[in-house]
Ligand binder design. Structure first.
Ligand SMILES: *Cc1c(COP(=O)(O)O)cnc(C)c1O
Length: 529
């Protein structure tokens, strides 16, 4: 199929309850299937080795457009290319967008943090919002009238900022983010509180992340509140969480791009096998690697790296997913702190031979017994692709120091987990370690690591009073760690726009929404930036 073919793919529901497969635009606007299933593409495209290598000579935005076309998105070819140019342009501080760097012989790092918030969520959240707006416009042009959307996000820190930055000033959407008041780092707070854009809001919530999430879920589930928003503001609630296919598809692109880059750099001969090691939480990133492998990228082993929340590692090693007796642990890699890994459902759907009855049964077991066990054949297929291991908090910090001492490269705590697991599981293939955050997003733990301090220790008095930005500047200077990205370095100089704090019942969340709506015109009329 050539890139000009207007081929349209459709999306199935993993639980088989959505009877009519949906187009891409409908699947991303819906987010989740009725009945709780996730959307997966009906047909997977294939790329020849030559086609993958040829991608290496295109700018990243064009690589992405090419992959999207092959996936049969129901938008005009020209439109898709324009949207990709918006998503992956000078909002990234590397012309390669997702560059591959050889840090040690045979160990390459895929840097996914060159976007505006310096974390890997940008790879998807710079892209999904432009497609979301375009999807609404196209559905309206086809005579349907979906409402404008109000996206509510509960965040432990990083996703909130990436979502704000992605949706800021996009047409037909508004976004309000709720974070635990006092429960995010100084950098994370300032990143959110200084967010630009006319269609954005940010609230602290008195409570922890769990309280935040429960309260936001409560607002989603409140029928009267949903009706009031529709009647008074012509708004429908939506979430931008990582189960939306519009967040998965952009992640497949960088695995094709990485392989093509490595061939162009002479690190691989076209066709050589490459192992990938991914610091994993909700299983989105590593699932994208599995899809890239199905598309034809010569990936061999997929290493799933866990922190002390090792439910996925135990699952991959035993075939049983069990949270019946598992505590949630706080780690220096908070974006991997999970119990229920939501994108695993897609992987199991694929590995079970696309068996929605099996998925329904496993998900039912998970919700009633807090555990499920897959059948032998599915487990065997899982083992064909994946290996897994877990790293303790202190091991992850020790890895940051080791890699900095030996290779002069500073890892963030999430990437450090993957580095260590790659070291343990690798055999003869070169390894691509997927790096999901710039170190300066986690300056406190990076400082502890470099000073040889334990993970949960208090920072020494000399640095304890510094702002996050000042601490980063100190680390950069003292440990020759290279420049801190401008958007993090300038945070102390930007005006704080959002400092409101609310209580943590769902009615408090709703009151905050109404208060915010009074102060804002929703942005139907705003131009896309
Ligand atoms: C979200 C995130 C992860 C986990 O990615 P999944 O796709 O959820 O597995 C890892 N590291 C960082 C820094 C993240 O933000």
């Amino acid at each position: 199929m050539t890139t000009n073919t207007a081929y349209i793919n459709r999306y199935l529901d993993t639980r088989g309850l959505c009877l009519e497969p949906l187009t891409f635009t409908r699947a991303i606007v819906k987010g989740i299937a009725p009945g709780g299933g996730l959307f997966v593409p009906q047909v997977l495209p294939r790329f020849s080795l030559d086609e993958i290598v040829a991608l290496g000579s295109l700018p990243y935005a064009q690589q992405a457009a090419c992959v999207y076309q092959r996936f049969g998105v129901d938008l005009p070819v020209q439109k898709t290319a324009q949207l990709m140019a918006l998503a992956y342009g000078d909002n990234f501080d590397s012309p390669a967008v997702a560059p591959v760097v050889e840090v040690a012989p045979g160990t390459h790092v895929l840097e996914l943090w060159h976007g505006p918030t310096s974390a890997f969520k940008d790879m998807a959240l710079q892209c999904l919002p432009v497609f979301f707006s375009a999807a609404i416009e196209q559905l309206r042009a086809q005579g349907e009238a979906p409402e404008d959307f109000l996206i509510l996000v509960a965040t432990s820190g990083d996703t909130g900022k990436a979502a704000l930055e992605g949706f800021a000033d996009r047409a037909h959407v508004n976004i309000i983010v709720y974070y635990p008041h006092g429960g995010v780092s100084d950098i994370q707070f300032k990143q959110m509180a200084t967010q630009r854009g006319a269609n954005v809001g940010v609230y602290g919530v008195r409570g922890n992340f769990d309280n935040c999430q429960t309260a936001v879920k409560g607002a989603f589930g409140d029928a009267a509140f949903n009706e009031q928003l529709a009647a008074q503001h012509k708004l429908a609630l939506s979430s931008a969480n990582s189960i939306n296919w519009g967040r998965l598809l952009p992640q497949i692109v960088y695995y094709l791009s990485a392989y093509a880059q490595m061939v162009a750099q002479g690190s691989l001969v076209a066709g050589d096998p490459l192992d990938v090691c991914v610091p994993t939480g909700n299983f989105g990133n590593i699932l994208a690697a599995w899809y890239a492998k199905q598309l034809g990228v010569p990936l061999d082993r997929l290493f799933c790296a866990s922190n002390e929340n090792r439910v996925l590692t135990d699952f991959i090693n035993t075939g049983t997913y069990d949270i019946s007796n598992r505590a949630f642990v706080l780690t220096p890699s908070p974006s991997m702190d999970i119990l229920v890994s939501s994108n695993l459902e897609r992987q199991l759907f694929e590995l079970s031979g696309r068996d929605p009855a099996a998925i329904r049964a496993w998900m039912q077991d998970l919700s009633t017994h807090r555990r499920f066990a897959v059948d032998r054949q599915t487990f065997a297929r899982l083992r064909e692709h994946f290996s897994a291991d877990a790293v303790t908090n202190d091991e992850s910090l020790a890895t940051i120091k080791e890699v900095h001492d030996h290779h002069g490269y500073l890892l963030d705590p999430h990437t450090a987990v993957a580095w260590k697991v790659a070291e343990r599981l690798r055999q003869s293939n070169p390894v691509l370690v997927v790096s999901t955050a710039h170190w300066a997003k986690f300056g406190g733990d990076v400082y502890r690591a470099l000073k040889g301090l334990p993970a949960a220790s208090a920072l020494p008095p000399a640095v304890a009073t510094l702002s996050g930005t000042e601490l980063n500047a100190h680390i950069a200077e003292k440990f020759a760690a290279g420049a801190v990205p401008t958007r993090l370095a300038e945070l102390d100089t930007l005006p704080l726009r959002f400092s409101a704090v609310c209580n943590s019942t769902y009615t408090d969340i709703e009151t905050a929404v109404n208060e915010w709506l009074q102060g804002h015109t929703t942005n139907t009329s705003l131009k896309r930036r």
